[in-house]
Design a binder for this molecule. Structure first.
Ligand code: SF4
Length: 373
């Protein structure tokens, strides 16, 4: 069970809150696609021959690539990797890139799932975020997408200064009403060196209200549960049968290969990441000397990562697995660390799995860090 991620580092414009690796210049797009195809060939053995069950085009904005570029990359992957029958192939798409012709094209080249970056249905919020689409495009093109793809996820952001609880309810209701079977909902975070951070520092926009954010997250869990979505990871909700197989395999510790600038890979023992610079990435690949860094995971790092990732999922931390992989002493240490959270109703124990309660979800990363070695 392995996955492949391709990072497409191009966007039409810079969203105010974003700190992903991307550029708004499309100057090296063709060179980048060719470099990706070279990297696919060069890394054909990275996953040790394991069957590839998921491919994910992320970014950036992969929907900016032409159908023929995307098809070319999928064919290159098929030539070098054993792709499972019925593999999940996800494309991140922005609402303004969606039209009937593209939807049909994506389907024809083998895309099976769309991840659509909606973020909000409110015009004023979209402008505040500097998104490239408007509300009408979001609604109209989601409807179009539903006619061609069954498996669709969309992103929503909560906790922005403009978003009232009533607006948040309308955003979530709209997504449910459009029949979107998977939602990824993220709290707005202020990342270093983003336009948002600069605006907050200059006091031209209000800072994040953490209490409002927490409240909107609790409301979200309640609304989506009522609407029949499974809350299977802190930020992810799915109707039965629509969980993201790609992300789920990350959370289960499966191997994955990341291709493209800034992409991360994990082969079970080491983690590595490509340089986050398009021209340096292209040059390195073309010269057969990829620019990347590698870190061999120690047993402690592996345990800490397992705690962080598994606690965020609905399955929670499997204490039996901790014992078989890291020893009984580690399991006992973690069990002791969990006691105070169980006492405060932030964690519950079920079949020897430590799972977050709704309130616990608000503190997932802090609790995990507290359990670290
Ligand atoms: S479209 Fe996505 S990757 Fe591009 S700037 Fe906006 S949030 Fe970032």
């Amino acid at each position: 069970m392995a996955g492949i991620y391709l990072h497409i580092p191009f966007c039409k414009q810079a969203c105010t809150y974003c700190n992903f690796h991307f550029t708004t210049s499309l100057r090296y797009k063709d060179e980048l696609v060719l470099a990706l195809a070279e990297e696919i060939k060069a890394e054909k053995d990275y996953l040790g021959g394991e069957e590839v069950r998921t491919i994910y085009f992320g970014g950036g904005t992969p929907s900016l690539l032409s159908i023929s570029d995307l098809g070319f990359l999928i064919s290159a992957l098929r030539q070098q990797f054993p792709l499972a029958d019925g593999a999940e192939i996800t494309l991140e798409a922005n609402p303004d890139d969606i039209n009937t012709e593209k939807l049909q094209g994506w389907k024809t080249i083998g895309i099976t799932r769309l991840s659509i970056g909606v973020q909000s249905f409110f015009e004023e919020e979209l402008r505040w975020m500097n998104r490239a689409h408007n509300s009408q495009q979001a609604i109209g093109n989601l409807q179009l997408a539903r006619e061609v793809f069954e498996n669709i996820t969309m992103d929503l952001i909560y906790g922005s200064p403009l978003l009232t609880d009533e607006m948040w309810k309308q955003n979530v209701d709209k997504a449910i009403g459009l029949g979107i079977p998977h939602l990824s909902c993220y709290a707005l975070t202020v990342e270093e060196k983003t336009p948002l951070q600069k605006r907050i520092d200059a006091q031209t926009t209000p800072d994040i209200d953490n209490d409002k954010q927490a409240r909107q997250f609790l409301l979200l869990m309640h609304w989506l549960r009522e609407a029949g979505y499974e809350h299977y990871e802190v930020s992810n909700f799915a109707k039965p049968g629509f969980r993201s197989r790609h992300n789920s395999s990350y959370w289960k510790g499966a191997k994955y290969l990341g291709l493209g600038p800034s992409a991360h890979s994990f082969n079970g023992k080491e983690r590595r990441w490509n340089i986050a610079n398009n021209t340096v990435y292209i040059k390195g690949i073309n010269e057969g000397k990829p620019e990347r860094e590698t870190e061999v995971l120690t047993s402690t790092q592996h345990l800490n990562e397992t705690l962080m990732i598994s606690l965020r999922t609905s399955e929670g931390i499997d204490l039996n697995k901790i014992s078989t992989t890291w020893g009984e002493e580690e399991q006992l240490r973690i069990q002791n660390g969990l006691k105070k959270y169980i006492g405060h109703d932030l964690i519950r124990l079920q079949n020897n799995h430590a799972q977050l309660t709704d309130e616990g979800m608000l503190r997932a990363d802090g609790i995990a860090a507290d359990l670290f070695v």
